[in-house]
Design a protein around this ligand. Sequence first.
Ligand SMILES: NC(=O)c1ccc[n+]([C@@H]2O[C@H](COP(=O)([O-])OP(=O)(O)OC[C@H]3O[C@@H](n4cnc5c(N)ncnc54)[C@H](OP(=O)(O)O)[C@@H]3O)[C@@H](O)[C@H]2O)c1
Length: 288
Amino acid sequence: MIPEFTLNNGVRVPAISLGTYRAKDGEEAYRSVLSALEQGYRSFDTAMFYFNEVSIGKALRESGVPRSAVQVTTKLWNDSHGYEKTHKAFEASLERLGLEYIDEYLIHWPLADDEYLGSWRAMEELYKAGSIKIIGVSNFMKHMLQSLMAQCEIKPMIDQIEFNPQFQPNSLIAFCQENGILAEAWRPLQKGALDRAPIPEIAAKHGKTNAQAVLRWLYQRGVRTLPKTTHKERMAENMDIFDFMLDEGDVAALNEMNTSVRTAESPDEFVFMGEKLIEKFRGQGYPC
Ligand SMILES: NC(=O)c1ccc[n+]([C@@H]2O[C@H](COP(=O)([O-])OP(=O)(O)OC[C@H]3O[C@@H](n4cnc5c(N)ncnc54)[C@H](OP(=O)(O)O)[C@@H]3O)[C@@H](O)[C@H]2O)c1
């Protein structure tokens, strides 16, 4: 089974959670969750902006797995920052998922302003009321975490950030670890582009696939990962990383791959609202 990390509020979370970005709402997202549950996944990462909360919630409810045995993460989208909008957006996500509480709720992007402080206040209230079990942020850089932590009552339990061989935010990871914030690695598999040296050699040495070598490296770096796949065989592959250990040389060689080039936008500049996509999904409960 998948080992767990313990958060700063005592809640335990599986070291691997299934990513669902671009798992299409409907049959694809629904079947992915059911397949993953069969494989042993117990944690799922979605967001309002993935437009698949409805199918993911439906699969979780219909799976027969007790609610208390599964965890779902969803995220506050950029058009809903601020105290009141956050309450409204949270209720809308809850309704789409068809659940009575959300395990992990994150501010998806900081938007490089202080609007997220109002959102955080709303999230603290929802946390105290038991409607959210874990509150956190995503794409927050060190200075944003510092600003939030200086002004909040409850400090974040999680920061979900890009982390893969190509982009390794080492000082942010160290800051999170020093401050009891669990880092979650998004795009851990670089969208499947993992054939650059030395990944294949390290994988072959351990009789593992490239994806397994990289996911194991991230685990040994002390972060939680969110590999996304809609394929059953890959789900099994991506969680089969707990029966081997990379040695110091392997870890150092993978650390050396860092180019400090992101595969996506910098949180300092990202202000995307996604109006066109939101428009497409309007009428299906999106946006809030
Ligand atoms: N907070 C944020 O801003 C943010 C941003 C991006 C992502 N995320 C989260 O992080 C998750 C992961 O990131 P991501 O989806 O961008 O990228 P990723 O997990 O690094 O890569 C997913 C891609 O890799 C393929 N893949 C999966 N397992 C594989 C394997 N064993 N071998 C080869 N290829 C494999 C998948 O294809 P198939 O599906 O066809 O198998 C898919 O095309 C997302 O799904 C989302 O939940 C969060």
